[in-house]
Design a protein. Structure first.
Lengths: 427, 483
């Protein structure tokens, strides 16, 4: 970890954590961080994730200690205390969540003691150490959920039809809202209640009772190992991990069938849902036969996007994968699993897989495919090399400031149709 | 005049970063120089100077940028990079590219052992990739607290690379005023690029300093107006380069489109290179544009030419403005924008007969006293001023109290209060000079004519504040600095 990166593809731990916390209903983040951190990480995270800003609270509206020279020298604990006091006085929320930045964590402010003081007064408050130097947005996502499980979840009776859904990272997955909506729709159709924590106005109550879920569903090949272990250890909630986003009929039906095994769902219902949904997708696919001619593609993005779209394009859509670049800092122990998943597709040759986030290196890598590739799937950054090599480039991954993305997504059955619409090129 | 040169902008004469009250009371205190700066015991996220330093140069075409920090500190580059790309599009370029910025991605180990080696690698790597003319290095809170010796690395590597290396010490915790970041950036130029060399004076050349948020249409309008005075423009920084940079000390005059952006720099150029400058408000609206152009004209001794041009332009646009005015005059306005733009907007609205009831501005200082007097002349002395770096909670409270008919500024918050809104900052459309005024006037009229979006939104969505907050003083959390 920690290499220099040209044109980075995530924010820092604080950015990832702030995007998650501000997506939890009526949860007020409080930053114990430098004066520019709130703006920097909001611009870096939400600002590059398809043009949407936060909803209820976030960005420059986030309470912040804005640590200046005085706090750097003398410590910022008192500043944090008065900031939380002010927050409680004027901000209307159910849960308050302190996130620390580099300055607080380097000078070693004892944030936990301050949080404990407020907890003792009955305030719903938690905190996470999310200094930017500790990692990227994914690190922030993991760390914030770790804090949620350790500090907020309460023992609740088991509900066999309730699941917790993880792995779609707010504002890091540029289609996160639409992707959530489609997966939730499918799970609901299977008769399941879903705790997503960041959709459908879910908040503190769903967090507290998440210990009663029958299962954690983790849609990522590597995220959340530690907080999922804590769910298991403290509350006996196991995890069904699906490597990446299920996109398109083959993967989504595979996801559902595997989930059904974990949860002992009614087989007849499962097959009925699959039949209906697949029929829905194919009723449209039959209407676009012959609309696409570009076959060989290079894809650049986070593991979830690369896995999801590559599986769909190869297993359902007849394309040829040349190369796949995974851009986030996946811990080494999970990399083989991702390569393995991309190597065992139903059809075609396996793509060459690399892990890289530096824009220049990725562009140079793409250049080696200039005679073969007919399509580049990537972020805004890849448009530059696509333009240079005259290869059609479609933006599917973080960052993008060129698209406005409201509630569309690529996940599940319906998402693959949205993806195909974006893939279309009339030139 | 009072020299503006200071270490940080909060150290300038009578500078404020927090404070508030009504115009009458403030004017009095400003004049007696007895208004105390206020800290806040509660605040929301603000902007830091690093953002401004990066923004000062990121649109240069032959430079590369190293942000010596963890990955989050490049966040605001996202919107700057977007402006940079849109700027290329507006200039008719087809191979549109991102700014070349590299983050050293300081991690936990670097925090303990220092990140100097990575910075060294970053410089060499960028040199090899792009053979740039300039390599800017921006420090961060993290790199400054751990004490990385950025200057030494820059000095040491200068012999190994073809680019001019310019380190900029813009760590966010060092100044409460984001605009200090502009000074920090320009001071580094003086030290590392100009190096006291005195190039030969170029007749009729004027430096025009403008933050990158000024769009291409506005740049063209500015250059056109200066062309009327027979001046040749060295525009900085959008799509500028090392050659143009080196020409700065050769210019005969300087001016700026945003007096906050380069006021200290222009003062330095005057002191060290004998380049006189004009410093007036942003050329937004009739009155501001007149004054801006006359300011330059007086400097170059062409006041009559300017007056003639202004007469022509007035003849063309005043009838149009009068039409708009007749439809919207008397409406109450609240303004929230950067220092220069908020003062400019407060004057601009008078062109349309609109009344100022309140404004939020990030800083206030001695040099703005005249502007402030002018506002009182135009709008009376009842309007409220809140000196605040962002702080939307104070804005929400003020807006609720003052019930403006129109809000000018970032509308993220007032929209949920049902107040119709627009901005005079538009990076992609023409807003300045005599053409810009009509664009802005139409826009303002449009949102007054149809406030539907915000009104309906407010019925469904609320701001994250308790009801009780709206009955408190908006300045409740101010405490005099030092208390």
């Amino acid at each position: 970890m920690g290499h220099c990166i040209e044109n980075p593809r995530s924010s820092c731990a604080l950015g990832g954590a702030l995007a998650l916390i501000s997506s939890i209903n009526r949860t007020i983040p409080v930053l114990h961080a430098g004066p520019g951190c709130g703006l920097q990480v909001t611009a870096g995270q939400l600002g590059q994730s398809g043009g949407k800003s936060y909803g209820y609270v976030g960005g420059q509206g986030t309470p912040s200690t804005n640590m200046f020279e005085r706090e750097v020298v003398f410590g910022g604990v008192e500043r944090l205390r008065e900031t939380i006091d002010g927050t409680l006085e004027i901000m209307d929320g159910d849960l308050f969540f302190v996130l620390t930045g580099c300055t607080a964590d380097i000078i070693g402010d004892d944030v936990k003691s301050v949080i404990d003081e407020f907890k003792a007064k009955g305030v719903s408050i938690a905190h996470a150490e999310t200094a930017g130097f500790k990692g990227d947005s994914y690190y922030g996502y993991n760390t914030a959920f770790q804090a949620i499980v350790s500090q907020l979840v309460e023992v609740t009776p088991r509900d066999a039809k309730m699941v917790n859904l993880f792995g779609i990272v707010p504002a890091q997955d540029i289609f996160w809202e639409g992707n959530f909506e489609e997966i939730i729709r499918i799970l609901n159709k299977l008769g399941l209640k879903v705790n997503s924590f960041c959709k459908e106005q879910q908040g503190l109550q769903e967090i507290k009772k998440s210990s009663g879920a029958a299962l954690n569903i983790m849609l990522s090949p590597w995220l959340g190992q530690e907080f999922l272990a804590e769910y298991k250890e403290k509350y006996g909630v196991g995890t069904f991990r699906y490597p990446g986003l299920p996109v398109g009929p083959t993967a989504t039906s595979d996801f559902i069938r595997k989930l059904a095994e974990y949860m002992d769902l009614d087989k007849a219902l499962v097959e009925k849902v699959i039949a209906e949904e697949e029929n829905y997708v194919y009723s449209y696919l039959e209407k676009i036969i012959g609309s696409f001619t570009r076959y060989r593609f290079v894809i650049v993005g986070d593991a979830n996007t690369v896995l999801g779209l590559t599986r769909f394009l190869v297993n359902d859509f007849g394309r040829i994968p040349l190369a796949a670049v995974i851009t986030e800092d996946v811990p080494p122990e999970y990399r083989d699993g991702i390569v393995d998943e991309l190597t065992h597709l139903e059809y075609a040759r396996p793509p060459k897989v690399v892990f890289e986030s530096d824009k220049w290196k990725i562009s140079e890598w793409i250049r080696t495919y200039k005679d073969d590739a007919a399509l580049i799937l990537g972020s805004d950054y890849e448009k530059e090399i696509g333009n240079e090599l005259d290869i059609v480039t479609v933006v599917v991954s973080f960052p993008t400031t060129e698209k406005l993305i409201i509630n569309r997504g690529y996940a599940g059955y319906r998402g693959c149709l949205t993806f195909i619409e974006d893939l279309y090129d009339n030139n | 005049m009072t020299s503006t040169i200071a270490r940080n902008r909060e150290d300038r004469p009578f500078a404020l970063t927090g404070g508030g009250g009504c115009g009458k009371e403030l004017a009095d205190k400003f004049k007696k120089r007895c208004l105390k700066n206020a800290d806040r015991t509660f605040a929301q996220a603000s902007q830091c100077q690093q953002i401004n330093s990066i923004q000062a140069f990121i649109s240069m075409e032959d430079a590369v940028f190293i942000i010596h920090s963890p990955v989050g500190c490049s966040g605001c580059v996202s919107f700057m990079n977007d402006l940079f790309k849109v700027g290329q599009y507006h200039r008719g370029l087809t191979s549109i590219r991102s700014a070349r910025y590299l983050i050293t991605n300081l991690d936990e180990l670097d925090i303990i052992q220092g990140g100097e080696e990575k910075l060294r690698q970053a410089v060499l790597e960028l040199e090899q990739r792009y053979h740039p003319k300039l390599i800017f290095i921006f420090t961060s809170c993290a790199s400054a607290i751990i004490g990385d010796d950025v200057d030494s690395i820059a000095g040491e590597l200068q012999n190994q690379v073809g680019a001019v290396i310019v380190p900029i010490h813009c760590e966010g915790f060092k100044s409460k005023v984001p605009a200090t970041g502009f000074d920090t950036a320009f001071n580094a130029l003086v030290k590392y690029v100009f190096k006291n060399e005195k190039p030969e004076r170029e007749k009729g050349l004027i430096n025009v300093f403008a933050p990158m948020a000024i769009g291409w249409k506005d740049q063209q309008e500015i250059e056109r107006m200066l062309g009327v005075l027979g001046l040749k423009v060295n525009y900085f920084p959008f799509y500028s380069n090392l050659d143009k940079l080196k020409k700065i000390p050769a210019a005969e005059y300087s001016t700026s489109i945003c007096q906050v952006f380069a006021d200290e720099f222009m003062e330095l150029l005057k002191r060290d290179y004998g380049i006189p400058y004009s410093k007036t408000g942003m050329p937004l609206g009739i009155r501001n544009t007149d004054e801006w152009l006359l300011g330059v004209a007086r400097l170059v001794g062409k006041e009559e030419v300017a007056r003639e041009y202004i007469r022509e332009q007035h003849e063309r646009v005043l009838p149009e403005i009068a039409k708009i005015k007749s439809r919207i005059q008397g409406k109450k306005v609240f303004i929230c924008a950067g220092t220069a733009r908020s003062f400019a907007a407060a004057t601009l609205i008078d062109d349309f007969g609109l009344k100022l009831v309140g404004m939020q501005t990030p800083t206030y200082e001695e040099m703005l006293i005249e502007d402030f007097d002018k506002l009182i002349e135009l709008h009376g002395d009842e309007f409220i001023v809140d000196v605040a770096n962002m702080q939307p909670y104070e804005q929400a409270n003020l807006v609720q109290r003052l019930t403006p008919d129109l809000f000018i500024g970032v509308s993220s918050w007032v929209a949920k209060q049902g107040i119709t809104s627009t901005h005079v900052l538009e990076t992609k459309r023409p807003t300045m000079g005599y053409n810009g005024i009509l664009y802005l006037g139409n826009k303002i009229e449009d949102v007054i004519e149809n406030p539907g979006f915000n009104e309906k939104l407010a019925k469904h969505k609320k701001l994250p504040y308790k009801e009780s907050w709206y009955s408190e003083s908006p300045f409740k959390f101010h405490k005099e600095a030092g208390d």
